[in-house]
Design a protein around this ligand. Structure first.
Ligand code: AHG
Ligand code: MN
Ligand code: MN
Ligand code: MN
Length: 324
């Protein structure tokens, strides 16, 4: 079985990028350990703090964020980091080559019920001569990502990674190594499985309501096939299912958010997951254009996301073209 480092070397990955990815895995192993200890380590539950997203922070949101910051900002290659849990970017070594953006713990509403959560990350080149405590150097479109991935803390801990040469999965072994277990992952083009928070139905745009309406009609409707639904409420687990067996996952336009972009954040969730999905042959859209083609104006910008099996996402896009 192949170690992550051996695999990256085989792919001719840039040495410094390899070094950074290894460092990221160190932080994620530490987070995995805290999660595994759970109540025994007193890390479950909610704090009195509210983050910049307006969400109340779980203890583990804060712990995971601190672990990632400490590990990454001590690395000379890191010019700065941006996090879902930090109001502003945090500068590192001004001569560092990389910016790392992360969702320290995705699906954190699931921690206390012991359901899968994960760490999502996106790596960008640090432009020269910029101030890495400001958001400007981080505001790059998803197409500029050098690498992206997540670590899913589920029944097993898995690193899912792309450096722009396909998607590969590595399972954390009992010796603490990430070992290659799924090579060159490909998302099936077609699916009968969808994932969306149906309770938000009344807040969506009409094309999304029409699409889901037809999906729900199953074999009796225009889609002429029956669908199954899943909603874990951890994007990282939903995307993992989509990468593993296909499907469509959406957190769409929602009338409750200003400018209606829905809940997910483009820098920490939308872009890294879109890179993985595209690299695995799927599609990731905001319903009008590819997520990675959106130019972000704000480090915490939100984005509508629909991603997964390419033919299914194309059908969803047809509803939106008709709706314009
Ligand atoms: P986070 O825990 O990082 O704030 O992200 C939660 C996100 C995402 O993981 C998931 O798809 C979605 O929120 C769940 O939303 P609902 O509460 O609407 O189910
Ligand atoms: Mn959150
Ligand atoms: Mn998240
Ligand atoms: Mn989070």
């Amino acid at each position: 079985m192949q170690l992550l480092s051996q695999f990256l070397r085989r792919q001719d990955t840039d040495e410094e990028l390899m070094d950074l990815i290894t460092t990221l895995t160190v932080a994620c192993k530490e987070i995995a350990l805290k999660l595994r200890q759970g109540a025994l380590a007193g890390v479950l539950g909610t704090t009195d703090n509210t983050n910049v997203q307006g969400e109340s922070q779980k203890k583990l949101d804060i712990i995971s964020n601190e672990i990632l910051k400490t590990v990454l900002l001590n690395h000379t290659l890191v010019a700065g980091v941006a996090s879902e849990e930090e109001s502003w970017p945090v500068p590192g070594n001004k001569d560092g080559r990389f910016l790392v953006l992360f969702d320290p713990l995705d699906g954190s509403s699931n921690i206390d019920v012991n359901v899968s959560v994960g760490t999502i990350f996106s790596i960008l080149e640090a432009p020269e001569g910029e101030d890495f405590s400001t958001e400007q150097p981080y505001l790059q479109s998803g197409r500029k990502q050098l690498a992206a991935g997540y670590v899913l803390y589920g029944p097993s801990a898995l690193l899912v990674l792309t450096t722009g040469q396909g998607v590969n999965m590595f399972t954390l072994s009992h010796t603490g190594d990430f070992l290659l277990t799924h090579e060159n992952v490909q998302i099936p083009e077609e699916t009968r499985e969808f994932a969306i928070n149906m309770s938000n139905h009344r807040h969506w745009e009409q094309p999304m309501r029409d699409y889901i309406g037809d999906v729900l009609l199953g074999a009796d409707g225009p889609r002429e096939k029956n669908f199954n639904m899943r909603w874990i409420a951890s994007m990282v687990a939903e995307v993992h299912r989509v990468l593993t067996r296909g499907g469509i996952f959406a957190y769409p336009w929602d009338a409750r958010t200003p400018k209606k972009p829905g809940k997910l954040r483009i820098m920490y969730e939308g872009n890294p997951m879109s890179m993985l999905v595209e690299q695995a042959g799927g599609l990731a859209t905001n319903c009008y254009k590819n997520v990675m083609d959106v130019q972000p104006d704000d480090i915490h910008e939100r984005v509508s996301v629909a991603l997964g099996s390419s033919k299914e996402v194309e059908i969803l896009l047809e509803y939106h073209k008709k709706g314009v």
